[in-house]
Design a protein around this ligand. Structure first.
Ligand SMILES: [Zn+2]
Length: 109
């Protein structure tokens, strides 16, 4: 077997903010070893991410803001952080560069 695949962290930027309750969400952060297939299932409102189902039900589109090669611990770090826009290039965020350096990955898609 080849070295363990670190997988990919991706940030999805919603074209409209998703509001409901006290939540006001504009991003979804995910991790997958196959981000292409995973984001395709998000587009179809399938998979286990409830927020993406809601997005689909409301007919709100999204863009794949960034994909970096990184492990699930990076996804958890970003998810826990506030102000996800700081990590989203489409929102002018640059904070992901820090993460990229920490993890020693420099691949971007
Ligand atoms: Zn954004």
């Amino acid at each position: 077997m080849a070295a363990k695949q670190p997988g990919y962290v991706y940030i999805l930027h919603f074209r409209e903010a998703l509001t409901g309750g006290k939540k006001h969400s504009r991003h979804y952060i995910g991790w997958s070893t196959n981000w292409i297939r995973r984001t395709q299932s998000h587009r179809q409102g399938t998979g286990r991410a409830r927020i993406m189902e809601v997005l689909f039900e409301r007919g709100i589109g999204f863009d794949i803001a960034v994909v970096i090669k990184a492990g699930p611990e990076v996804e958890r770090k970003i998810k826990r952080a506030h102000h996800h826009a700081r990590y989203c290039p489409l929102c002018g965020g640059t904070k992901l560069h820090d993460y990229r350096d920490w993890e020693g990955h420099d691949e971007r898609y």
